[in-house]
Design a protein around this ligand. Structure first.
Ligand code: NAP
Ligand code: F7E
Length: 334
């Protein structure tokens, strides 16, 4: 089996690559050209002599339709996982048009490229709980209406419906995974969980004094990225394409995440956290809580890592990084 992944250099892309290689897939990853290296999350796979023949990286971009067209028709993958996106909600308010170009139109470009293939590949779309925005009901299911609250959320709603449209109009196997927040030690450092675990570890070792955050009352349904990529693959193995909510069924506030991490590292977060209005959003999503019972029933999928374990495994990983940082700082001071 041959899979093509957009967004392979991101958090989910790296876990999905490991997962698919483990299943014997040949994996093609689309990477963007950048002036400095951006493959840190997959370098360990690429450098592994057992895996590097089965992983191939090619340059592309979701804004480049003709390139996507020739790549898909040249590679002829069986499965396409569209994980590439400008994925930061706060940034989408600063760059709404770019976000829509990549997240909304980028999805359409991939779907058009798939439609042009002799044997159209199966398609997975990285849809998001951000589409529920100002939630119409709790918990949120596949039937809950959308009310996006950011340019990111609006772009993902567009991509969601195009995915369904290509399924219905052209009979393409196209599914939406509506994934609630999922985190890991590989989470980008500007998302709130990682920002907290990274800062807590650095504060613990005296490398940082303060942590500046925005809205501490926001609540999210946080799961572990490693668990969630399995759900993506399971959706692609079904007889019929469909849409699934992937979530833990628990919601916690940013404050609760702070409590969990700082108490684990034996500190009181209230001594270090300060509010900075720069991190507030023009419109906020106050609370998300997913109901993944359809995924459990149809896919047999359930999350394995809970909130506490997630906070601790992220804190442990960031303590390791901070300890190495400390060795360098101490060495420079000698
Ligand atoms: P991430 O770590 O931010 O990774 C995003 C990936 O998209 C990176 O590989 C990035 O490449 C790539 N990308 C950005 N702009 C691109 C462009 N113009 N053309 C091609 N690729 C581009 O995101 P993630 O957390 O792994 O999330 C994966 C997907 O799931 C995203 O679509 C996200 O919106 C969606 N999602 C995430 C969550 C979550 O909680 N993590 C929940 C629901 C849905 P560079 O490395 O070059 O920047
Ligand atoms: O914010 C609040 C912030 O940026 C979570 C993306 O993966 O998940 C992610 O989007 C909450 C928000 O994630 C800070 O206001 C407080 O209420 O970690 P986040 P997100 O916006 O939920 C969804 C499902 C996706 O699809 C997205 O791609 O935390 N918050 N203080 C803060 N957030 C950040 N980033 N930084 C702060 O300082």
């Amino acid at each position: 089996m041959k899979a093509l992944i957009t967004g392979i250099t991101g958090q989910d892309g790296s876990y999905l690559t490991e997962f698919l290689l483990g299943k014997g897939y040949e994996v093609y990853g689309l990477i963007r050209r950048s002036s400095s290296f951006n493959t840190e999350r997959i370098d360990h796979i690429y450098k592994d002599p057992h895996e590097n023949t089965k992983l191939k990286l090619v340059y592309s971009d979701l804004t480049d339709g003709s390139n996507l067209h020739s790549l898909l028709n040249g590679i002829n993958p069986d499965e396409v996982y569209n994980l590439g996106a400008q994925s930061h909600v706060r940034v989408s308010f600063d760059q709404p048009i770019y976000t829509a170009n990549v997240d909304a139109l980028g999805t359409l470009r991939i779907l058009e490229a798939i439609r042009s293939m002799k044997k159209p590949a199966k398609f997975y779309q990285a849809s998001s709980s951000e589409m529920y925005g100002q939630v119409a009901e709790t918990p949120q299911t596949e039937k809950t209406p959308f009310y996006p609250r950011s340019p990111y959320g609006c772009s993902k709603v567009y991509a969601f419906w195009q995915t369904i449209n290509y399924r219905e109009a052209y009979n393409i196997f196209a599914c939406n995974g509506i994934l609630f927040n999922h985190e890991s030690p590989r989470r980008g450092e500007t998302f709130v969980t990682r920002k907290i675990t990274r800062a807590a570890a650095r504060i613990k070792l005296g490398l940082q004094d303060k942590l500046y955050l925005g809205n501490l009352e926001a609540k999210r349904d946080w799961g572990f990225a490693g668990d969630y990529v399995e759900a993506m693959w399971l959706m692609m193995q079904q007889k019929k394409s469909d849409d699934f909510v992937i979530a833990t069924g628990q919601t916690h506030s940013v404050k609760e995440f702070l409590d969990e991490v700082f108490s684990y590292l034996e500190m009181d977060w209230e001594k270090y956290v300060e509010i900075d209005s720069r991190y507030y959003r023009p419109a906020e999503v106050d609370m998300l809580l997913g109901d993944a019972s359809k995924a459990k029933k149809v896919l047999g999928w359930e999350p394995k890592v809970d909130f506490r374990e997630l906070a601790r495994l992220m804190a442990d990983a960031d303590m390791k990084i901070a300890k190495n940082e400390k060795i360098i700082v101490d060495h420079q001071g000698e």
